[in-house]
Design a protein around this ligand. Structure first.
Ligand SMILES: NC(=O)c1ccc[n+]([C@@H]2O[C@H](COP(=O)([O-])OP(=O)(O)OC[C@H]3O[C@@H](n4cnc5c(N)ncnc54)[C@H](OP(=O)(O)O)[C@@H]3O)[C@@H](O)[C@H]2O)c1
Length: 386
């Protein structure tokens, strides 16, 4: 029996993980869960999965939950400290990191520091402080398993091969809903349009990131640290059908890929039960029926966010954390109808231009840069306000 903690259990990845756990009660038990503010959904999950400890980032939401669960044995914590306590709970075998955004950094780091194995969906902490997270995991003798479908595909395509034989990692991208729109057409994109992803059903932030192609940029940075591969060996290619989840090219010309229907339960299950696979019984992948798999080069001019991510990686230091924080502010401002879709990349660029090199040697440095960039981007939002 594996004892699992899920950080961000009320979100899209959290729900998919719990779906797998519910189907394999003899394999997995839930030890801890966390959420942001959604105490009602967390209450349902507590009643179904009986965790020993939970936490909400909101103290008000935690108070509401305590009031409703007075006779329940679950321990209810709150705030960042509470999230970190759940993340580092003793006796857990695996922590699923699935909070959205930079808020996941400290809880994920708490799990790594406590020597827990971590399966990572929450890519933003890797963008902010990937090197430090990997160094700490190595120190603890633990691996960080990828959950992102592209990184799970790369992880699987690397299995059994020598790292020095890798020539290139190719991350596939669906291209989102606007891949064939002109820049002129994208001027008037609404949040509702941007929230319609062609292939995946995900939380709002990553769905907007997919529409701007920032998601692929964040994934390039995530891949850099997860697989310790230099940025010039990580490329992206548009693949509309999201059947090939990513590929690794080797020095002899062999290209190894992982394929499957776009269903996050597949990479989650692989991380949950590595190295054994779980029988999820999905429909058979009928390539004859699918017919065509299509590919296009990515267009950095039309989708500058992914280019900004390469620039951040190249600039190093606190630039990736700056990019990430500015993106979070810009996405929220777009969802609030404060700025236009095309202003997301402009806001990020302006914030990056305002960044002056800052030491990045500790997690506190990353948090400080994150705080500065959020403040800067929030001020800049006003200049772009519609
Ligand atoms: N969804 C996917 O298919 C997918 C695929 C690959 C990678 N990812 C990555 O996985 C992460 C989660 O994505 P998602 O789509 O599952 O997001 P989501 O549906 O928006 O869920 C986010 C989770 O984080 C919690 N949360 C939000 N703000 C928080 C805060 N300040 N402190 C603590 N918890 C907070 C939410 O709690 P409440 O419900 O209470 O707000 C929820 O449980 C993201 O980093 C994303 O890039 C997702």
């Amino acid at each position: 029996m594996k004892h699992i903690v899920i950080l961000g259990s009320t979100g899209s990845i959290g729900a998919s993980t719990l779906d797998i756990v519910s189907r394999f009660p003899d394999h997995f038990a839930i030890l801890g869960l966390t959420a942001g503010t959604n105490d009602e959904k967390l209450e349902q999950q507590i009643r179904t999965f009986h965790p020993r400890v939970v936490a909400l980032s909101s103290e008000t939401a935690a108070q509401r939950l305590r009031a409703r669960l007075t006779n329940h044995p679950v321990e209810i914590l709150s705030g960042e400290k509470g999230l970190c306590t759940v993340a580092s709970a003793p006796d857990s075998d695996l922590v699923i990191s699935a909070i959205v955004g930079g808020s996941g950094l400290m809880p994920t780091m708490a799990a790594i520091r406590a020597g827990r194995a971590v399966a990572l969906a929450n890519k933003e902490p890797m963008v902010m402080a990937g090197q430090m997270m990997q160094e700490e995991a190595h120190k603890q003798g633990k691996r960080i398993f990828p959950i992102d479908s592209e990184h799970s595909a790369v992880f699987q395509s690397l299995e059994g091969h020598r790292k020095q034989d890798v020539r290139r990692i190719m991350l596939t991208a669906s291209g989102g809903p606007f891949w064939n729109w002109s820049v002129d057409q994208m001027k008037h994109v609404t949040p509702d349009q941007a929230l319609q992803h062609p292939n995946w059903k995900m939380g709002a932030k990553i769905t907007i990131d997919s529409a701007t192609m920032m998601n692929k940029g964040l994934e390039v940075i995530e891949a850099r640290w997860l697989f310790d591969v230099p940025p010039n060996q990580i490329e992206m290619v548009i693949h509309r059908e999201s059947i090939i989840h990513s590929l690794v090219e080797y020095c002899d010309g062999s290209v190894i890929a992982q394929l499957g229907f776009p269903d996050m339960r597949t990479p989650i299950a692989y991380a949950l039960n590595y190295p054994e696979r779980i029988s999820l019984e999905p429909p058979l992948l009928d390539l004859g029926k699918i017919g065509n798999l299509t590919f296009y080069p990515s267009d950095f001019e039309k989708f500058p966010c992914s280019k900004l991510a390469y620039e951040a990686l190249e600039g190093g230091g606190g630039l990736p954390a700056t990019l990430n924080a500015a993106n979070e502010i810009a996405v929220q401002a777009f969802l609030n109808n404060e700025i236009a879709f095309l202003d997301i990349s402009r806001l990020i660029r302006d914030t990056m231009n305002a960044y002056t090199p800052h030491a990045l040697t500790t997690i506190e440095d990353a948090l400080e840069i994150d705080r500065w960039a959020r403040e800067k981007a929030s001020v800049l939002v006003k200049a772009f306000t519609k």
